[in-house]
Design a binder for this molecule. Sequence first.
Ligand SMILES: Nc1ncnc2c1ncn2[C@@H]1O[C@H](COP(=O)(O)OP(=O)(O)O)[C@@H](O)[C@H]1O
Ligand SMILES: CC(C)(COP(=O)(O)O)[C@@H](O)C(=O)NCCC(=O)O
Ligand SMILES: [K+]
Length: 246
Amino acid sequence: MNLLIDLGNSRLKWAIEIDAQIGPVTQMDYRQADFMHHINLLWQLVESPNTVAIASVSELGVFSGLLTLCQSLWPQAKTLVPKSTQCAYGVKNAYIQAEKLGVDRWLAMIAAHVHYPGDKCVVDCGTAITIDALQASGKHLGGLICPGLNLMKQALASNTADLTFNAEPYQTNLAIATKPAIANGVLLAATGLVEAAIRQLDDSYQLIFTGGDAMTVAEAVSGSVLLDQNLVLKGLSVFCQGAQTA
Ligand SMILES: Nc1ncnc2c1ncn2[C@@H]1O[C@H](COP(=O)(O)OP(=O)(O)O)[C@@H](O)[C@H]1O
Ligand SMILES: CC(C)(COP(=O)(O)O)[C@@H](O)C(=O)NCCC(=O)O
Ligand SMILES: [K+]
């Protein structure tokens, strides 16, 4: 049994994996004041995992706090902290400095390569939206980064006098009031980015969406899309299996 932990810039996602099957995913806001207490209570109910695998693109403090907690709860567990490298599990990193690629992007690409055949374009709609093109062979062609939906709305709210953050439903029509104008504007910024990226690629590339806003953005993108909410956790699972057979 393994514990898989994905620490993004907004949320912590974790799940138990048994025999390469990932169980229900728990999502938590780690910026809440009682977060450490809360996760401690939840993890006390988890029987000792063989491996704890952590992917973090978040602040070092949160990551090391979680690592310390895991080590105190399950001292026998092996800790796995995958890093982006030039090549792993058949995927070849396009970055000039391989280690600079976000490890969540790296894990999502590895999972996409292992679980889906053919050329693909992985779109992670989290705090940031990231896009990575990957040939069927595993060759990464490169990627793009832009602010995610929440971040775009926050940027407007923080840098203008009259705009406020809102939770208006996302639609694609032209709006006749401020709140939907913002919501629909940021959604179309995201879909426009994805559609512009996919236009640079051959028709063979399949879009695969993951991340908290995957459904929202995928629904508004034209063409065929696949949705897999757990690509980063699935990438961690690949690393756990690899470490067990190594
Ligand atoms: N309950 C929620 N709490 C926080 N963000 C949410 C929630 N539901 C959807 N979201 C959206 O999901 C995004 C975070 O997605 P996620 O994949 O968890 O990001 P990250 O990996 O960067 O932490 C937020 O920017 C927000 O737009
Ligand atoms: C681009 C990211 C901020 C995305 O983070 P997320 O939205 O998943 O929290 C993260 O993958 C990161 O910090 N990457 C390092 C820079 C890069 O990938 O080029
Ligand atoms: K992420």
